[in-house]
Design a binder for this molecule. Structure first.
Ligand SMILES: N[C@@H](CCC(=O)N[C@@H](CS)C(=O)NCC(=O)O)C(=O)O
Length: 221
């Protein structure tokens, strides 16, 4: 190959890689976004983070609603694929990029156990610690006492299960741990204390020790 043709080949290759780079539309204080960023980082998948300015309402503009009909982050673009919803994105990444299935088990029962916690991430975690934090950080008008009750019930269950096992589904980390991590770690930002839960605090440390771990921004100390 001549120098000129080799140069052209490299240029085309760089353009293809640039166009193909996986993109995540996100906001740095969102635990929903963090779980996606964490998985990509643990897997070592190159990606670009695109800041969505929630405070100016960028997520409710027509161009963003095409990507995310509910006007929420995160959204992932991977080549031709556009996908909203953190849990949908996690499972997509599990199928597409987690070739060794380190975090998204192949075994049907193991995967169902992970799914049980993904439902909790969209349920009690969202209505408990994530909502309490929104109330304290952003002044969302909601029943704060109810969010604290939901958080304490959730953390009670997690504490019991994490006393029995190192991670939420047995001895190895899975998507369950990645999905539950951020809003649990930042629960104190919603004035929900983790002091009564030593097993949860030890588990947070184990997640943080995973090679490739990335933290979520601390919003309030
Ligand atoms: N089910 C969605 C929920 C995502 C979500 O609640 N995103 C928040 C940021 S943490 C958001 O975009 N809120 C803006 C809004 O709902 O208007 C997911 O799992 O991704």
């Amino acid at each position: 190959m001549t120098c000129q043709r080799r140069g052209l080949f490299q240029w085309v290759k760089r353009r293809i890689v640039a166009v193909m780079t996986l993109r995540v539309y996100r906001h740095p204080i969102s635990g929903h976004c963090h779980r996606v960023e964490l998985y990509l980082s643990l897997l070592g998948v190159p990606h670009e983070l695109i800041h969505v300015d929630l405070s100016s309402g960028a997520h409710k503009q027509a161009d963003f609603l095409v990507k995310s009909p509910f006007g929420q982050v995160p959204v992932m673009e991977d080549g031709e694929v556009t996908l909203a919803d953190s849990i949908a994105i996690l499972t997509y990444l599990g199928e597409r990029y987690d070739e060794a299935r380190r975090y998204w088990p192949r075994d049907a029962l193991e995967r169902a156990k992970v799914q049980r916690w993904l439902s909790v991430a969209a349920g009690q975690l969202a209505y408990g610690p994530a909502a309490a934090r929104r109330a304290k950080l952003l002044g969302d008008k909601l029943d704060y006492d109810a969010t604290v009750r939901i958080s304490q019930r959730l953390f009670g269950v997690m504490e019991r299960e994490l006393t029995e096992a190192a991670f939420l589904v047995g001895s190895q980390p899975t998507l369950a741990d990645l999905a539950l991590y951020a809003y649990t770690a930042r629960a104190p930002e919603g004035d929900v204390s983790l002091e009564p839960y030593p097993a949860i605090r030890a588990w947070l440390g184990r997640v943080e020790a995973l090679p490739g771990f990335v933290p979520m921004l601390v919003s309030r100390s």
